[in-house]
Design a protein around this ligand. Structure first.
Ligand SMILES: *[C@@H]1O[C@H](CO)[C@@H](O)[C@H](O)[C@H]1NC(C)=O
Ligand SMILES: *[C@@H]1O[C@H](CO)[C@@H](O)[C@H](O)[C@H]1NC(C)=O
Ligand SMILES: *[C@@H]1O[C@H](CO)[C@@H](O)[C@H](O)[C@H]1NC(C)=O
Ligand SMILES: *[C@@H]1O[C@H](CO)[C@@H](O)[C@H](O)[C@H]1NC(C)=O
Ligand SMILES: *[C@@H]1O[C@H](CO)[C@@H](O)[C@H](O)[C@H]1NC(C)=O
Ligand SMILES: *[C@@H]1O[C@H](CO)[C@@H](O)[C@H](O)[C@H]1NC(C)=O
Ligand SMILES: *[C@@H]1O[C@H](CO)[C@@H](O)[C@H](O)[C@H]1NC(C)=O
Ligand SMILES: CC(=O)N[C@H]1CO[C@H](CO)[C@@H](O)[C@@H]1O
Length: 258
């Protein structure tokens, strides 16, 4: 009787292992799977992308194509989940996936956009961006709305790019402090991904905005007007730290850009 019980016990253990081991293997492989879908719609054309380095955010302009694809994929995920940035582990898994297309992707500097520090923009969801940086989101959309409508207009890009530059400058003005600069960048990328998530249907426009913002070489529109707008609207929304409750304030854009 005892012997029978023992072998029964062994059988149970074996059966348990047969369940646990495949489960463990399955969860291991899924942990290494990128949460992003890097496929782009058929209208998306990588060869139309200008290779910019995003104001030196990227180490190399060769990084532009994988970076933009990454941004687009984050936007698509944000559209479905409202989440913006990936955490460290998720990001590493996705870089592994991108690596097959661009082997230098690990030295691009993309890892600067990682979810982390609670309270900062890196931890924002689209809902946070709408609530805390709503007028920035709106004004970027407004200033960039003429893109892609009539081919590539460098004037349309000028207005768009100028707003983007301001978003980088507003919060980092006082400090040539690198930490602050990175945080300002994370904030404006959180806004850009949120905008992307709201405009998924407009692939051509998205390509235009990425082309425009990635290339600082295009002309900035009307510096004098820039100064005037900046001073009259300055301080309305502080990008870093999300002042909050600003969603209803009038947005900051040029009413009649042309
Ligand atoms: C992508 O754009 C390039 C240049 O504009 C063009 O030559 C190429 O045919 C396009 N590819 C697709 C798949 O549309
Ligand atoms: C990252 O997110 C995944 C799933 O969302 C979670 O399982 C994992 O623990 C997170 N990792 C870190 C380092 O926060
Ligand atoms: C790219 O930039 C990161 C900082 O974001 C730096 O740590 C890394 O060394 C750079 N890589 C190269 C190849 O320049
Ligand atoms: C810059 O510094 C001044 C005075 O030190 C301060 O009033 C202002 O709020 C700061 N601006 C930013 C964007 O931090
Ligand atoms: C940069 O600024 C932040 C916020 O004001 C501060 O916490 C940090 O210590 C500064 N870093 C350096 C190197 O000055
Ligand atoms: C998600 O994308 C679709 C298609 O572009 C759009 O109609 C919808 O408003 C987006 N949803 C959110 C929450 O932004
Ligand atoms: C923003 O406007 C909505 C309705 O237009 C209102 O319900 C809400 O309280 C306003 N929020 C703030 C912070 O003023
Ligand atoms: C880009 C920008 O806004 N720069 C301003 C930073 O703040 C100083 C005064 O503290 C201004 O003179 C700059 O124009």
């Amino acid at each position: 009787m005892n012997n029978w019980k023992l072998s029964d016990f062994v059988k149970q253990i074996l059966a348990l292992y047969m369940i646990i081991i495949p489960l463990a293997i399955a969860s291991q492989t899924s942990a290494n799977e990128c949460v992003l879908d890097f496929n782009v719609p058929s209208v998306w054309n990588d060869s139309n992308l200008n290779a910019g380095n995003w104001d030196e955010f990227l180490n190399d302009s060769l990084c532009a194509t994988p970076f933009v694809r990454y941004m687009y994929s984050l936007g698509r995920r944000a559209n479905q989940t409202r989440l913006i940035f990936l955490n460290k582990t998720e990001q590493k898994d996705c870089m592994d996936t991108l690596k097959s297309e661009e082997k230098n992707v690990f030295s691009c500097g993309i890892e600067k956009l990682t979810r982390g520090s609670p309270g900062g923009c890196s931890d924002y969801s689209v809902t946070d961006v709408v609530n805390k940086l709503g007028s920035t989101l709106k004004s970027l959309g407004e200033n960039c709305k003429l893109l892609g409508s009539d081919g590539e207009s460098s004037e349309a890009c000028g207005y768009c790019l100028r707003r983007w530059e301001e978003m980088g400058a507003l919060s980092s003005n006082n400090s040539s402090n690198d930490t602050m600069k990175i945080e300002a960048n994370i904030c404006r990328f959180a806004v850009l991904i949120s905008l992307t998530s709201q405009r998924m249907y407009d692939v051509e426009w998205l390509q235009s905005i990425y082309n425009c913002l990635g290339n600082k070489n295009l002309p900035l529109a009307d510096q004098a007007k820039d100064e005037e707008d900046y001073t009259s609207h300055k301080g309305r929304e502080v990008l870093i730290g999300g002042a909050g409750g600003d969603y209803n304030s009038s947005s900051y854009y040029i009413d009649d850009p042309l």
